[in-house]
Write a protein that binds this ligand. Sequence first.
Ligand SMILES: Cc1cc2nc3c(=O)[nH]c(=O)nc-3n(C[C@H](O)[C@H](O)[C@H](O)COP(=O)(O)OP(=O)(O)OC[C@H]3O[C@@H](n4cnc5c(N)ncnc54)[C@H](O)[C@@H]3O)c2cc1C
Length: 367
Amino acid sequence: MDRASFLKICGVLGIGLPFQSFLSSCEKPLVNASGFNGKVVIIGAGAGGLSAGYILSQLGVDFEILEASSEIGGRMKINPDFADFPIPLGAEWIETKTMTLGEIVNDDRVSIGLNFVEDDADYKFVRYSWFNFFEDYLLPSVRDKIRYQEVVQSIDYSGNEVKVSSSGGLFSADRVIISVPLKVLQEGGIFFQPALPANKSEAIQNATIWEGFKAFFEFSIPFYGDGFSVPVSPKESGQKIYYDAALGQDSNHHILGLFAVGEPARMLSQLSSEELKINVLAELDEVYNGQASAFYLKHTSQNWQSEPHIRGGYLSDHEDWRLVKELGKSINNKVYFAGGEYTDGEDWVSVHTAAQSARRAVEEMLS
Ligand SMILES: Cc1cc2nc3c(=O)[nH]c(=O)nc-3n(C[C@H](O)[C@H](O)[C@H](O)COP(=O)(O)OP(=O)(O)OC[C@H]3O[C@@H](n4cnc5c(N)ncnc54)[C@H](O)[C@@H]3O)c2cc1C
């Protein structure tokens, strides 16, 4: 069963498993039951890595985050300048209940005063983003522990200590949490000594990772309404959706978003900026009787394939949950995985599932 059908069944049965498991694990405060007082190295400062560091900081465990780029956030990146609200170039929707934000922060002293707008079954931030949320609520607890431009190249977990070698030097730790995009592991971006167990490396190699692409077009009038989905066949090969990116933002900017993963994203990411404009306006003109070309102002885009430390979109929605579960499993009580692609197989590739997986990894590490 794949993610889409699993979630559908949960919905039909009223189970809501992915959310409930997060809730139940968040209801009990995490404790360092093992008395572990060693050091943890976290690789990657996206949603998974930042969440892992944040939880460890709450528990008083020593840790360091090695980030390959010069910024936090990974696939939560925003463009703050295109409009008068942040444009989410990757993660945009809150694909769960908004109370999950409080569960991620997990601190009664902090009140979360944010506004949201409902969008079908999901929510969106109003004049805010996932990136802003991590920057405001989690980053202050981990800021001093992040080392930027540290591209991790190898992990030696053969001895008592784990030795992590990066572009900047050698780091020793008692445990390591890997939170890099799955595509980085699939392409052999990190060398493991000893080699990863067969089950894990097979899952990594067999996983279908969709390409990811987003574009935002500003028009002088909102002729497009709610937008529309472009049919993709077979459905396992990806998605392509035009949507009102300014929904609920109380903005005078009329911005149409284009979200694409899989085959449509692969096609779009091969176009130059001018070719993209011609291609998109032609597609929209056909649906909206030439209004796109008439009212076009400007556009911007994000090709996730060309980000050197991301290299793709995300794990396909249609992946088999058993393979996903394998991706999230730890190795030898030393190497742990956290992030959108390293979950327990119940749900994956959202920001909240990345945070959830970090909690699970830390929980297991300290049990
Ligand atoms: C187009 C698109 C749309 C999306 N829309 C949504 C949405 O609406 N809602 C939602 O909830 N989710 C969405 N997602 C998914 C969501 O963005 C991801 O699941 C989540 O951000 C992944 O977090 P992560 O920490 O696992 O990985 P990432 O955010 O990719 O972070 C990994 C980090 O590891 C670093 N890194 C890589 N290699 C190395 C190395 N060798 N050494 C050190 N550091 C390294 C990277 O620089 C990066 O900072 C979307 C994703 C895409 C691509």
